[in-house]
Design a protein around this ligand. Structure first.
Ligand SMILES: Nc1ncnc2c1ncn2[C@@H]1O[C@H](COP(=O)(O)OP(=O)(O)O)[C@@H](O)[C@H]1O
Ligand SMILES: [Mg+2]
Length: 193
């Protein structure tokens, strides 16, 4: 399949993320390795791990893995990073406690699904590898926020029950004593630990 690059979305230390479109005009995200990066097996690692995650309904859907050119094409998720979402003014204001509970509950559900296949994401602790999508009703009012876990580049398959998934999410959302995300979520939900 041929893709046209529309714009660069992000530049990581080892990869470039592009918004692209195919011949039908459908938008996707293309993640490719940076020329200078020593880590040349992106398609192999990220592509395979993302496919496994997709097998339990988690992560942006894989469209294509190109091993030769070393890139992965996946579903484009229109959303903001969990970290930015929690730090936003909206989070303090109009976003309800129920919406936060539902979002976190869904995240735990997805991580439980990854646990069923022993897939440890390994990079969930700072909230930058989770995108938050807005779900609208007919009047275009936001009714809920839905999380999509991205960036499976460092994911690994662990022994049974040894993934870091739930632990990392618990720490980030609730327990981390110095974490800004945990602090804000505890305040929003009136939790003390
Ligand atoms: N499927 C996607 N849909 C929308 N944006 C994405 C998608 N994948 C990555 N991004 C954007 O690109 C950024 C970097 O992607 P990521 O996979 O985390 O690579 P890195 O290894 O550079 O951290 C993300 O924080 C997000 O903003
Ligand atoms: Mg990342």
């Amino acid at each position: 399949m041929k893709y046209t690059k529309i714009k660069q979305i992000a530049k990581g230390w080892s990869s470039y993320i592009w918004l692209v479109k195919n011949k039908k005009g459908e938008e996707f995200v293309l993640k490719e390795v940076r020329e200078k990066s020593p880590r040349k097996d992106l398609a192999n690692r990220e592509g395979k791990m993302l496919l496994l995650a997709n097998s339990v309904g988690v992560g942006p859907k894989v469209k294509e893995i190109n091993f030769e050119k070393n890139f992965v094409v996946m579903e484009y998720i229109k959303g903001e990073k969990f970290f930015d979402f929690i730090l936003s003014k909206r989070f303090e204001g109009e976003i309800t406690q129920t919406q936060i509970y539902e979002l976190i509950k869904e995240l735990f559900r997805q991580l439980y699904l990854l646990d069923t296949i022993n897939l440890s994401h390994n990079q969930l602790q700072i909230g930058k590898n989770i995108l938050v999508k807005q779900i609208f009703d007919k009047e275009k009012k936001v009714i809920k926020y839905y999380p999509v876990i991205i960036d499976f580049e460092k994911a690994t398959i662990k022994e049974k029950n040894c993934t870091k998934n739930l632990g990392q999410l618990f720490a980030m959302c609730f327990y981390n004593p110095n974490g800004i995300i945990a602090k804000r979520i505890r305040e929003k939900l009136n939790l003390t630990i």
